[in-house]
Design a protein around this ligand. Structure first.
Ligand code: MTE
Ligand code: MO
Length: 199
């Protein structure tokens, strides 16, 4: 029986419940890059985690792709208002990479080949919420979408998913990255529509 609870309006009434406020659905996969696409030779590629004390752990391409990986399907939400449902990826959970790091840090700055940066709380990268991905739709991640590997943090706006990621720097103090410095929200929760500072 379709009983309507008085006062319940729901979110996006009549729309897709998987669509956050102010977003529209797209079938394509737009490319958004603030600069040129860096080309990184896999022989030279390296990913590192650096703690606030400067201790560094790094992985070569061979080592990264030899780690246990997960295949998963998630929705992604760009601050320019497109949402793409059911995107399929494969990658290494960030928790695996942080595993034995000796840290008291609460924040992370993701750093990319090409110089892009983006910040987030460390807790948002744990518990199955974030991956370093290297396959999209069953194929190697293309350079324009961040290949060889990108960070994927699908519960935050897509600018937090650093393409061409080369490392995570753990910090005790929250510092703004590229878009956050330019006025975008420090945290960027699409469900709370945290697009810009002050939202
Ligand atoms: N290194 C890097 N990562 C980046 C960006 C960028 O310009 N450089 N743009 C961000 C933004 S604003 C978005 S919406 C997504 C776009 O990813 P896509 O091009 O695969 O759609 O990447 C994010 N990660
Ligand atoms: Mo974006």
């Amino acid at each position: 029986m379709g009983v309507i609870t008085p006062g319940f309006t729901g979110r996006a009434r009549g729309g897709d419940p998987r669509l956050p406020p102010g977003q529209y659905l797209t079938e394509d996969f737009p490319v958004l890059s603030a600069g040129p696409t860096p080309r990184v030779n896999l022989d030279k590629w390296e990913f590192s985690v650096t703690t606030e004390k400067g201790e560094k752990r790094s992985w070569s391409w061979h080592e990264m792709t030899a780690l246990p990986s997960e295949k998963f399907t998630v929705d992604i939400h760009c601050v320019t208002q497109w949402t793409k449902l059911d995107t399929r990826w494969r990658g290494v959970p960030v928790a695996t990479l942080l595993g034995d790091a000796d840290t008291e840090a609460d924040y992370v700055m993701a750093r990319s080949y090409g110089g892009y940066t983006t910040n987030m709380p460390l807790a948002d990268l744990l518990d199955g919420q974030a991956w370093v991905v290297y396959e999209y739709n069953g194929k190697p991640l293309s350079p324009e979408h961040g290949g060889p590997a990108r960070l994927l943090v699908p519960h935050l706006y897509f600018w937090k998913s650093a393409k061409w990621v080369r490392g995570l720097q753990l910090t005790t103090k929250d510092e703004p990255g590229f878009w956050e410095t330019a006025g975008y929200h420090d945290y960027g929760d699409p469900w709370r529509e945290q697009r810009y500072q002050g939202d």
